[in-house]
Design a protein around this ligand. Sequence first.
Ligand SMILES: Nc1ncnc2c1ncn2[C@@H]1O[C@H](COP(=O)(O)OP(=O)(O)OP(=O)(O)O)[C@@H](O)[C@H]1O
Length: 879
Amino acid sequence: MTPMMKQYHEAKAACGDALLLFRMGDFYELFLDDAKTAARILGLTLTSRDKDSANPTAMAGFPHHQLDSYLSKLIQAGFRAAVCEQVEDPKQAKGLVKREITRLVSAGTLTDDDLLNPREANYLAAVVLHSPRKGKKQSDEPVAGIAWAELSSGRFCAGVFPVSRVEDELARIGPAEVIYREDDANFSPDSTAPWSWTARPAWSFAEDASIELLCKQFSVGSLEGFGFRDDDTAAIRAAGAALTYLQETQPGGLDHFRSISAHHRSGVLEIDASTRRSLEITRTLRTSSRDGSLVDAIDMTCTSAGSRLLADWIAAPLVDLDAICHRHDAVAEFHSGASLRGDVRSTLKQTYDITRLLARIATGRTGPRDLQQVARTLSGLPTLKAKLAGRKPKRIAHLESHLHLCPELRSELESALADECPLNAADGNFVREGFDPELDSLRELAAGGKQWILEYQQGQMDATGIPNLKVGYNKVFGYYLEVTNAHKDKVPADFIRKQTLKNCERYITPELKEYEEKVLAADEKASAREQLIFHNLRTRTHQHLATLQEVAAAMAELDVLAALAELSAQRNWVRPQMTDDSVLRIEEGRHPVLDVSLPQGEFVPNDCVHSPETGMILLITGPNMSGKSTYIRQVALITLLAQAGSFVPARTALIGIADRIFARVGASDELSRGQSTFMVEMVETARILNTASSRSLVILDEIGRGTSTYDGLSLAWAITEHLHEQIGCRTLFATHYHELTQLEESLPRVANLNVAVKEWNDEVVFLHRIIPGGADKSYGIHVARLAGVPSEVNERAKDVLAQLEIDHRDALDRPTIAPPQGHNAREGGSYQLTLFGFADHPVLSQVQRLDLNSMTPIDAMQFLQRAQRELQSNPVVKS
Ligand SMILES: Nc1ncnc2c1ncn2[C@@H]1O[C@H](COP(=O)(O)OP(=O)(O)OP(=O)(O)O)[C@@H](O)[C@H]1O
């Protein structure tokens, strides 16, 4: 093995399963299996080293300036990469050039702007299963510790969760990479998840080592101050593993991780992974992208940090009434003050993403332009602060107090940095003239020397009579005089020949060398001086890290609040009234995504009322394509938005804070997980029935569709009864089982709704308007025609439908359902399922015939008594 390949193998052994990008001159090379993988993923040509040997080494490479784009492709394909650089100048090297791994890059540990999406957070998560030690007072059921950290901002949280919620929590966090214990037989990573998995050694999850590491990182003696309790060991183990991993990948340091917050679930609205997917909160179902999601539709923030924070708010809405109202107060202030809002937004637009800038400063990857952007951001703060001063809402006052102006830092950076700064300090020329006298004089000296050389060239041309004599420079000979062969004979004796080229000769003179030394020395010193100034500026900025992080967080939140207000002003959204009671009263509500994407006024608004008096379970029937799913989703999304702190698309809204939102919507494609559609539907339904509380909001779309009609109907029926009797939560149930509407007659808190349809000649117009009562037709055949199903198929379907209707009109064919055992209200009665149309109750025709104008209140009361008795003894028509 050659010494270089030996060096390669040593580096490869140190970077685990990461692909090793090995710098060789102007190229990064990959060898062996890495080369084969890279050739496949990056489309590189696979070649080989020592082609003639019996064992040629596979090899692939790319030019060094393409590093970022290739790294990004590797990361997107789920790989980790280690960059091994030449850490000494090859010209100075004695023997083999020294090389070191300077960066380990993985999806969850990105800091480079080129590799990050500015509008999306980029979390690394760590998961560990943990069995609490016996003898402690908590139960010894295993739990899961999850930590999540963002290298590009320094955000770090950890919490303990039931093992069954790991998937839901990871879905909430939406990490780019998840690390787990390599030897944990009870934990198997889900390969279909949209993040990459990295196995890590068990020691990095150890309890004691984690506590020690975290305490050292945050310079504290105990983690209690961050809100951790005795039973948070699992969280701390996960956090320790995450920090170990981050430290390994960031040799430059992690100073911007200054604290960690203990996450306790009670503060957040619980949304499980499938509900999150179904409601398309941060990603769409079909493409899994942000475009078209709720966050995308409502995002009017003007900074990237604001955009990321908005996604955090929407992904984890609140449950505390006061905290929610504080956000609403702040949005209301920006909503009513259009000029305040405009000013704040236009100032924020001039600022930079200092959250990410600070992370680059802390990890040692910063350049002059980053510092300049810190200064420019600080220069906008006085205006912002002045606009916000004295405002009443608590949140705004709090944020205003966090806009620290840092005047000394700002003025130092402003006076030091030139108007145009390069990205990298090595490029030089970024310190403003007049900032540092020493640098100025070195620059003058260097410039003066260059001037002398120009004059010397002219002088020599005149003295020798060589018209094209010129002074040139290269790294090997320094400054030289170049004379073409045609004038060789005019060269004076004191020129010392250094190099002969095809058309010319190159000479030096003692005077030229003397000045060369001066110029080069001055240049070198100026550049060293400039690097020193940069280093000092970086250190000064770094000293302000904690303060600047507060500024960054305050700006991001102001952006979110002002953006939500802007959205509300543009789209006529209103402030919801919040309550802890389990009610919902939305007047003229609209679907937040369609409200924004459809032209204004095109969306048909609808009311929704949930209260123990009017009904907690709303059964929505109606034709296909009429808007049932849209309606039930809109109610869930309005609730979610309100709890996240946003105004809502409605004329008025009274929202009872939900502890959990469940959405069982449509049959999402879960085949890749090896489960049948129906199985998935039932797993999700089981979860709702087992975990919903009376304060939850449940939306169900067509439960039971994936099985035979009677199976499906029976399940839907029993599920509705269970929700009504046992849970009593707010429920919206869109269904094609019209039979279910009969439940309204016997279950007091069930109310029927349907979607209005207008029939016109042979046409059907969907009005998208929700009205009371059940529907009796599906119009499926009509929708099939609209979709382009051939007319002969449609005609035949109509025939079949007509026959079915005739057959089922015969009462003897109708199945009957007995009420659940021990249920008083329906004792002795049984439901008659009418597959098409309603059962008529005699009481209804009596009501219809009443002449209310001629009745006294006593008459009416007596009638009601009779009617109630009749209904109680005979709730529905018996077969
Ligand atoms: N309130 C509304 N105003 C305007 N357009 C609407 C409204 N509600 C729904 N729509 C439009 O109607 C289409 C069908 O809506 P949706 O999917 O909610 O119907 P559905 O009744 O659930 O249908 P299916 O029973 O076939 O699943 C949507 O694509 C939407 O664009």
